[in-house]
Design a protein around this ligand. Structure first.
Ligand code: NI
Length: 390
């Protein structure tokens, strides 16, 4: 049997596993039951498993029949703090938690790929590492795995995301920019309080905060090249005690997104300057705390791009590939890409006839299960083909 046929052979298993993991969603850093079940699933296939001493998730290792390179296939395993409203028979059993980003689908696809690769073990010209990565939603897991050296022997990493704006069963395996960076910041604005009827006797932190918000939007529209997409969003603003007291303190939280590594490097100092100078002009003080989360996901390795695209064509024909606009959302897969030639693709799951139409992170998000075995085949085909290349 070829990979496509093997994926269909394992279809029932793949769907059964997806439903099982869907019932037990766990948040980032809490994926204990998920990890335990994944270890069991892989060990039942005779796959060697490495767990982490101080982190959830695991890495499985399939040793091929022939010597060669090592390729890694990655699925993320954490869920979101969302109350599920799908009404599915296998809906979340953990109140307030849901696999609303499709990471349940990713796990089942990679388990399916593991089955296929075990079937084809004797033909494998090298080793395959199966990364079941925790804490993607908070951009922790990929950084941990890279920094601890678990992928030091890996020559390429391949990952996919099931996508809620793309029609099933289309595949977006495109070169270039795919997902933006994501960094976060906190702004603390200090003024001094006085009676609201005599603002000149105090320093109004709310007015300073409002000006900072507006100047940051102006930075995005006036000081950044319009052809270079960036997002500066202030998502929270808190301050003040009473309607007639001038506020002495305001706190705000925000995020930045960009594809340009150069812009990413200058955003922190640019935003700090705007915050500090704007506050100073209004007799207040501003402090910016900036935290780097994850870089952009850019498919920039020509050879790897080609292997991924050819894998899809080989399995499902040219017509299976589609074009999807890049997105300002982010993925911590970027950490692998920064050090190892890697590829990240998207798998469409929208199927309006089946009522599957909600985007990732929505309380009614679900996936078209008929695409899952294709995901397994794509993982397996990429691994086989990459290992075959010189
Ligand atoms: Ni996700």
């Amino acid at each position: 049997m070829n990979i496509k046929e093997l994926a269909i052979k394992h279809n029932d298993y793949i769907i059964e596993r997806r439903r099982f993991y869907h019932t037990i969603p766990e948040l980032s850093h809490e994926e204990f039951k998920t990890t335990e079940s994944l270890v069991k699933d892989l060990e039942e296939m005779g796959i060697e498993v490495t767990t982490f001493p101080d982190f959830t998730g695991l890495i499985g290792l399939i040793k091929g029949g022939k010597a060669g390179k090592t390729v890694a296939l990655r699925a993320d395993i954490d869920a979101l703090p969302v109350e599920e409203k799908t009404g599915l028979s296998f809906a979340s059993k953990n109140p307030g938690k849901m696999h609303a980003c499709g990471h349940d689908a990713h796990m089942s696809m990679l388990l399916g790929a593991a089955k296929i690769l075990v079937d084809l073990k004797s033909e494998l010209e090298g080793n395959v590492k199966l990364i079941f990565q925790g804490a993607e939603e908070i951009a922790y897991g990929a950084k941990y795995i890279m920094e601890k050296g678990y992928l030091d022997d890996v020559d390429a990493v391949f990952g996919m995301h099931i996508w809620g704006t793309l029609d099933a069963p289309l595949i977006s395996f495109e070169s270039g920019d795919r997902m933006a960076s994501c960094d976060i910041f906190k702004l603390k604005i200090k003024g001094s309080a006085t009676h609201g009827s005599s603002p000149h006797l105090g320093k109004d932190a709310i007015v300073a905060a409002a000006s900072i918000v507006m100047n940051m939007q102006t930075y995005a529209s006036r000081m950044n090249d319009p052809l270079n997409p960036i997002v500066v969003t202030i998502g929270t603003i808190n301050g003040g005690e009473r309607f007639n007291i001038i506020a002495d303190y305001v706190e705000m939280d925000g995020t930045t997104r960009t594809y340009s590594r150069e812009t990413r490097n200058s955003l922190e100092s640019d935003l700090r300057k705007i915050a500090e100078d704007t506050a100073r002009a209004l007799a207040c003080e501003a402090e910016l705390e900036y935290t780097y989360l994850t870089g952009p996901v850019i498919n920039e390795y020509d050879k790897i791009n080609q292997i991924a695209q050819n894998a899809a064509i080989k399995l499902y024909g040219e017509e299976s590939l589609t074009k999807m606009e890049k997105i300002m959302g982010s993925e911590d897969f970027a950490y692998y890409m920064e050090k190892i030639p890697s590829f990240f693709g998207f798998l469409g799951t929208v199927n309006k006839e089946k009522g599957i139409k909600y985007t990732n992170h929505h309380a009614e998000f679900t996936v078209d299960e008929d695409v899952l075995h294709r995901g397994s085949a794509l993982y397996a085909q990429f691994a086989m083909d990459f290992l075959k290349e010189d």
